[in-house]
Design a protein. Structure first.
Length: 383
């Protein structure tokens, strides 16, 4: 199987062999999607989403999901694959990507992995510990325990059975504490012991050439883009989208889908204004109010209904903007970690603004890392 570069509209960069896998890693609102579309139009790429929010059906506005028309013209793997009440593990993602990469190469295409979920990229490039997937019966048992006795009870149990994880985790890290307890009850082995075992990464496949392209744009420019994107989300009806999800699904505030930035802030807003949607019989109203109703919000009872709604709406928008900026900050941190992976330590890191002649390059390593300031520099690299 040989990739042809005879098209007059583009010329494939000689660094990209027929067994290449390209990772377009960048923070939210940085312009990844536009470049991905352009690359797809060359006919040489298939798009694989690396986004833990785009996996959910019906969650479109708050995830900045491509429109139906865009997805028809630019098909993405791993978009709209589960409902908001379902979960999707990192291990499942890695397994799906392994299969999709093989399919892409069989079709004579280069897989283009595009998105901003850096934990997913870390799993692909650095590997996963062999922690078993959650058993549904154990998961339900632990969740019932948490609801009845609180996260403090699980955290105290973790101190007895897995002191290493207990010291590492914050007492408020509900998700990771719960997962650690599940693993111990399921396997009789601490998750910290599982995590010490050797990891295997897809990117270590010597039959593939991985190109991990990390884009870290100017922060002030990105913050402007984030604010503009959020303004569009409010105008397009993010609040109405969340209301529709609550009306159709038996959601809880602790579900992964409802922890997505934007959606979580809307849930808090709906609680603050005491929206009647929580009266639906398929929703546990107490869970939402326990998660979001604070003493300060209760103190606003003396404020008029209209003024309370206005203040809650302003607070929602401010919190969503702050949370999105914090997400971008975490993405930068992840990107720096990705550039320092031990698996990449012997890779020749070229200057992002110039390409070495192929004949001058050292022996090809399965992973090539490049860092860029702008999408334009990435484009230059890929053409």
């Amino acid at each position: 199987m040989q990739l042809s570069s005879d098209s007059s509209s583009y010329r494939l960069n000689p660094n990209l062999a027929d067994n290449s896998v390209v990772c377009l890693m960048a923070p939210t609102a940085s312009g990844k999607t536009a470049l991905a579309y352009e690359l797809y139009d060359t006919g040489r790429y298939e798009l694989i989403s690396v986004d833990s929010a785009l996996i959910y059906r019906e969650m479109n506005i708050g995830t900045a999901k491509p429109t139906i028309k865009e997805l028809a013209r630019y098909p993405h793997h791993l978009v709209d694959i589960i409902d908001p009440v379902q979960s999707y593990s990192v291990a499942e993602f890695v397994s799906d990507v392994a299969r999709l990469i093989e399919d892409c190469h069989q079709n004579g295409k280069i897989p283009l992995l595009v998105g901003g979920t850096m934990m997913y990229y870390m799993a692909l490039l650095d590997g996963l510990s062999p922690v078993p997937d959650s058993d549904e019966a154990v998961r339900l048992r632990v969740e019932q325990w948490r609801q009845e006795d609180g996260i403090d009870a699980l955290y105290g149990y973790l101190e007895k059975v897995d002191p290493i994880s207990h010291r590492r985790l914050s007492a408020t890290d509900t998700q990771r504490i719960t997962r650690a307890v599940e693993v111990y009850l399921q396997t009789d082995t601490a998750i910290s012991d599982w995590q010490q075992q050797p990891k295997q990464a897809l990117a270590h496949n010597k039959d593939q050439q991985w190109h991990a392209l990390a884009i870290m744009p100017d922060r002030s420019w990105l913050h402007q883009r984030i604010e503009q994107r959020l303004d569009i989300m409010w105008q397009e009806g993010l609040v109405a989208e969340v209301l529709g999800l609550l009306e159709r699904h038996s959601l809880t505030p602790n579900m992964p889908s409802m922890r997505c930035v934007g959606y979580r802030q809307v849930l808090e807003y709906l609680v603050q204004i005491d929206h009647p949607v929580f009266e639906h019989s398929h929703l546990d109203k107490a869970l939402f109010y326990d998660a979001f109703l604070t003493s300060s919000s209760q103190d606003q009872a003396a404020v008029s209904t209209s003024e309370r709604a206005r203040l809650a709406c302003q607070q929602m928008q401010n919190k969503a903007l702050y949370a999105t900026r914090q997400l971008a900050k975490r993405q930068y941190t992840w990107l720096r970690k990705l550039t320092q992976l031990p698996a990449l330590s012997d890779t020749q890191v070229n200057d992002a603004h110039s390409l070495a002649h192929p004949n001058d390059r050292q022996a090809v390593h399965p992973i090539t890392l490049q860092t860029f300031d702008t999408m334009a520099h990435v484009r230059d690299y890929l053409y």
